[in-house]
Design a binder for this molecule. Sequence first.
Ligand code: PLP
Length: 365
Amino acid sequence: MTSLDDLPIRDNLRGLSPYGAPQKHVRVALNVNENTHGVPADVADDIVASIAAAISQIHRYPDREFTELRESLAGYLNEESAGAGLSAEQLWAANGSNEVIQQILQAFGGPGRSILGFPPTYSMHSIIASGTDTAYITGQRDAEYRISPETVVREIARTEPDIVFLCAPNNPTGTPVGLDTIEAAYDATRGLVFVDEAYAEFMPTGTPSAVTLLPGRERLLVSRTMSKAFAFAGARVGYLAADPAVIDALRLVRLPYHLSALTQAAAVAALRHSAEMLARVDEIKEQRDRIIAELPALGYSGWESHANFVLFGGLKDPHATWQRLLDEDVLIRDLGIPGTLRVTAGTEEETTAFLDALARADGAE
Ligand SMILES: *Cc1c(COP(=O)(O)O)cnc(C)c1O
């Protein structure tokens, strides 16, 4: 048996750890921000029928341009962000937004190039940076994990990155990022501004998405995912809205036929039911706000969240409390931020199970 260190692995991968949220079979899994409500039966039936129809042509390669899916995604975003006026040429999709991000860094990052990120943020951003040999530079946030326009401009001037990464709302803190900050970042750099909007659907109703900033900004890239709002984490569908020239750049690095015919059929079917899926998003937002409202009575405080999870603080020993909850079959996330843990909003029953187990865990400072 040899070890990884003995192999001629690339220098910038030496000593790194893979993405590693524990995957455990538990009664209440609230650790990776999945949509706990699942896909409703009528939507599932439509998806199954669409996959069955796609199977009849499965001996052929899929549409390399996933045209119908891009049209469906443009229609969905235009409905949500009236006036965005997106065309299918401005949409791209891949196996999860993680693959979209990897393709962006393959095309626009790489050796000698850098991205500016603002930890604590989504760990995959820096992991994909390593995988593509792109330098990851750490920016400083303001108090309460916010990023003001002045701060983003200052950090861009200080670090001169090729790509600015903003996670809006931010994972794992739930913090919103104002459109004024995104505009200021755009105006302060000659490079790209990438906005990860994985949780956009969970923002307060009426909050504008960065998609509305796209007209006239050819260096702005906005990614979304079906993993969260559409309860599609297992299907792997993420997407990007950007200038058609950006999409052309991604065509240079994608593997041919990267989106299977089954994935395309499933996603198009799910998007037909966006109204029903978004109604469930409202239920999840209620459970999120319930967590924030009930934490103080237990001795903790949650940060304001525009996503489907809550980061909460006031823990004596976060890892000990994480373990106490796991002993009760409730799995949440310890991201190593001192004094804090993160919990995904669940169904009403799951959220109750979490709050009850937390009350018994007695872990407040
Ligand atoms: C969950 C999440 C994603 C989703 O990734 P997929 O590959 O689409 O499943 C992307 N960005 C952030 C910040 C996330 O939290």
